[in-house]
Design a protein around this ligand. Structure first.
Ligand SMILES: Nc1ncnc2c1ncn2[C@@H]1O[C@H](COP(=O)(O)OP(=O)(O)OP(=O)(O)O)[C@@H](O)[C@H]1O
Ligand SMILES: [Mg+2]
Length: 313
């Protein structure tokens, strides 16, 4: 296992917040793992502990073969990190940012320069490498951060919200670099995100985290398949709980959740089930305002396990 945690816990003493609560997870080498959760779920705190920046209150973890508390410098020498907040020195040129980082890790000049050339190619910043970082766009800064995280050729790469604030095009290109790193170098990547599409598109396994707890974990397709082949969403006027109850009794219905008046129904075959669902609503005097059929997403999985929508928070 490239990452393994055991009851990993962080309580911030000054405000008595239990940010991460007895986290148990393992990440196999060469895989991409996404921690998906809303604001304040404990994603950054988890990453901060795994990257040895914040000490755990209790529990333990091993990263790239070393213990985060007893051997923090070994862990640091084997990992790369990019942070949620962009922390680049804007008065440096892109190339200098990478070079200083390599120097900090004691990389010899020749090796640094080779590595910088390779990485600038990878993140497509060749043309901008000799410009000041303060002239970069948001997407360029993110790509430079990614290149910096890769400078020391880490075994495990940690990325905190790697595409936050990026437009869809830049987001897609970050995803493709990450897939390339996994395919070409067998790198283990742990990223945090609150975009379910990101977890769906990239991750071999997803851990859904909410209020410091890992609520469910698995391959994205496995998690969504557990809801049923399709999901019907219904909103309208009437007693949603009562309608949910009668829907649960239908043989083709696999799961029913309600949240702030919206009903989510997991079914075997969406379009074929629709008439019966509409009929059930009529039978309960529930006036449907909107009804749709879709394949289940990780957002639906989140709703099922937490009782609220990932989008709402
Ligand atoms: N340094 C700190 N001191 C005290 N409390 C903190 C500190 N850092 C985070 N917290 C609290 O711990 C909880 C988890 O925060 P964390 O930053 O890990 O969440 P997150 O999942 O990364 O959220 P986001 O999606 O907003 O980045 C929150 O309640 C937060 O207010
Ligand atoms: Mg965070």
């Amino acid at each position: 296992m490239a990452i393994e945690t055991s009851a990993l816990t962080k309580c911030y003493e000054k405000n008595d917040i239990l940010a991460v609560d007895r986290l148990e997870l393992s990440v196999e080498a060469g895989t991409i793992y996404a921690l998906l959760g809303p604001n304040g779920a404990g994603k950054t705190t988890t990453l901060s502990m795994l990257t040895t920046l914040v000490p755990p209150t209790s529990g333990s973890a091993r990263v790239a073969g070393a213990d985060i508390v007893r051997e923090p410098h070994v862990v640091r020498s084997r990992i790369g990190v990019t942070f949620q907040e962009i922390v680049l020195d804007k008065d440096l040129k892109g190339r200098e940012v990478l070079d200083y980082h390599g120097q900090l890790y004691g990389m010899p000049r020749r090796k640094r320069h080779d590595r910088i050339d390779t990485l600038l190619d990878l993140v497509e910043l060749n043309d901008a490498a000799d410009r000041l970082v303060k002239t970069y766009s948001g997407g360029m800064k993110r790509r430079l951060e990614l290149a910096r995280g890769l400078m020391t050729d880490p075994q495990v790469l940690f990325l905190d919200e790697p595409t936050q604030g990026l437009d869809p095009q830049n987001r897609a290109s970050v995803w493709s670099y990450l897939r390339q790193l996994q395919a070409d170098r067998g790198m283990t990547i742990m990223l945090t995100t609150h975009y379910m599409e990101e977890a769906e598109a990239l991750a071999d396994r997803v851990g859904i985290i909410d209020q410091g707890r890992l609520v469910v974990e698995g391959a994205p397709t496995e998690l969504t398949a557990a809801l049923g082949a399709d999901v019907i969403h219904i909103t309208g006027q009437g007693d949603a709980e009562k309608l949910a109850g009668s829907l649960r009794a239908l043989p083709f219905v696999q799961s029913v959740e309600t949240v702030s008046g919206m009903i989510q129904v997991g079914v075997e075959a969406g379009s074929r089930s629709l008439p019966q669902v509409v009929e059930a609503a009529a039978g309960q005097n529930f006036a449907i305002e909107d009804i749709s059929v879709a394949q289940p997403s990780l957002g639906d999985v989140f709703l099922k396990h937490t009782g609220y929508a990932l989008r709402d928070v």
